[in-house]
Structures are given as C-alpha cells and as structure tokens.
Design a protein around this ligand. Sequence first.
Ligand SMILES: Nc1ncnc2c1ncn2[C@@H]1O[C@H](COP(=O)(O)OP(=O)(O)OP(=O)(O)O)[C@@H](O)[C@H]1O
Ligand SMILES: [Mg+2]
Length: 328
Amino acid sequence: MRQRNRYTVRRISVVSLPLHFLSRKQIHFTADYLLRNVIMYTIALYNNKGGVGKSTLTLAMADFLATLQVAGRPLRLLVIDMDGQGSICTALLGVERIEQAKLSASTIGHVALQLANGHQPLLESLLHTRSGSRGGQPPLPALTVLPSDRESMLDFDANPLRPLTLLAQRLKPLLAQHFDIALLDLPGSLDERHLLAINALIMSDAVLIPVELTRLALQALPETIRMIRYAQEKNAHSLPQPLGFILNRTDRRSRQYRLHLPQLQLLAEQNQIPCFDNHLPHAADLANASDDTLNFSSLKDRYGSYYPHVRKVVKELFDRWQKGESSP
Ligand SMILES: Nc1ncnc2c1ncn2[C@@H]1O[C@H](COP(=O)(O)OP(=O)(O)OP(=O)(O)O)[C@@H](O)[C@H]1O
Ligand SMILES: [Mg+2]
C-alpha cells in the first residue's frame, strides 16, 4: 500500500460518490465527509508555464472552498502565496495589507527564514485573515492568507544548503493544527535553484496543473512534470500526487482544442496523470476578479461565467481525491 504523509490522513475509509451530479448541499456533505478524516489537505497549483491561469484558479477555488462547511463550522482555508509577484495575496487582501505584511516581516519567505535559522515562528502574528466583509458589501467568505515577498524568497534561495523538506517537516505540522485545506499558488519557471518553491511542492499532498491547449503551453509540460517528480523523490512519502491537468480558456469547438488535445492526452497517459473532465472556459473580464479596488456583490459577480466551472472543478477534485484515498 502507498505510504502516506502522517500529517495528511488519519483514517481512510471512503466510498466513491458520483460527485459530478451532486447539488450544492451535497458538496458540503462531501467536503465535510472528506475533511473530517484529514489533518489539513495541501494542494499546490503549479505549471512551469507562465500565464496559464494558476493564480486565477487558486483565487476562485479559495473563495469557493471558504464557503463550505466542515463539522458544522466554516471550512478553515489557508492560501499561501508562493510567487514573489504576490498577485494572489494582493487580490485577497489588497495592496496596503501586503505592504504592511512585508514591513512586519510576516510573509512566507520570512517564515521560512525563521525556520531555517532554528526559530519557531509565531503563527498568530504571521497569518492575515480576510474577515469576510469588505466595504459594507455583502461578505466574501472568511479565509487566511500567508503572503509572499520577493526579497525574503530570494534570501532563502540564496543559500544552496537549505533543506528541501523544511516546510514539510517544520511548517506543515504547525499549520495543520489550524486549517482544513491549504492552497499554494506556485510561480512558473521553476528549477532546482528555487529552493523555497520546491519546499512548497514537497510540502503538498496534491498538485493541480492548470494548462492551456496552445503549442507553447504544451511544450512546457514535460518540465512541469519533471519538477513534480523531483519533489516526489525528495519527499519520503512520494508526494505530491498529481491530481490532474485542468484545461483553462477552453473552447471545445476551437481549432487549437482539436489540434492539441490528442498531444495532451498522450502526455497524460504516458505519465499517468489524468485530465479533469471539467474545463474552465475563456471568461471575459476575469482580470477584474483580482482587482482589489473593486467591490463584488457575490462570487458570481466576481468571477462571472468562470464561477460555475470552478465549482465543478472543485467537485471533481474531491471526487479524484476520494478515489485516490480508497484505491489500494
Ligand atoms: N479562463 C480565463 N479566461 C480569461 N482570462 C483568464 C482565464 N484564466 C486566466 N485568465 C487571465 O490570464 C492572465 C494570467 O492568469 P494568471 O495570472 O492566473 O496565470 P498564472 O499561471 O498564475 O501566471 P504566472 O505564471 O505569471 O503566475 C490574467 O490576466 C487572468 O485574468
Ligand atoms: Mg500566478
């Protein structure tokens, strides 16, 4: 039987449900069922190609997951921004709070540096909560963010002797006491020198790979898979498990779709990484979703036609996670 990270799963006994047909109430039920058996499920969103929709999907998944209930209380969601550009933490908390986080040294890079220097970080002062309401508008769901900043990340990466399992061994157990799910938004263009981002991959239980059906995006996939395998080698439990490719900006009628889908399917088969059945469409105005100066009346207002597809992707993610847990 496959070995599992001891911070991930307490008990494994799940029955596969036909999640694609579940109602919203049933999504709550499934989240509740899965997460009651888990000590923090950590999901990285990663593709080495830039601009394929990693941060946008992380943002929308975070907003949706934070609306779910576990054990009669809101699901406790943490978002860790692993990209020094800071786009997702800015979208979630706003420019001013991210500037404050940098000044008060409360970013993932600072946390990693403290751990590397043998200090125990004080989580309460490092995590930033979005309280659930903003500017008198109907509330966005409450969630917690660990922001990024480029300088401290570069500092961490500058020492080639940093242990690659530092976050898995020292940070994950701390976070696992407080959160049900952690979503990690990774940057593109990773290689072995990006020690902090690789630490984040190694700390993850699963990785979702947003992908576009363009020639350039497909060319970047072998390197993406290589980095995931590299992280698996360094993790004693062969994690993260690649949960699947998720097609972004997809139009099933387009020429690119018909031309490039077979290539993705072949790559998926060769590497035993599934393609999600649910796709994300091209959604006009989606860039608005990450504009922290805009107020949104609902998540549907924030994400437009993209939002129902994100819900379906999350349902499928639960389904694949369940299947992974119940298979030998
Ligand atoms: N389905 C979509 N429809 C329309 N626009 C999209 C879609 N997905 C992403 N975008 C837009 O594409 C741009 C790049 O997306 P995003 O920043 O999420 O990619 P990324 O993979 O995180 O990039 P990076 O590698 O630079 O971090 C953004 O402007 C975003 O709004
Ligand atoms: Mg990004």
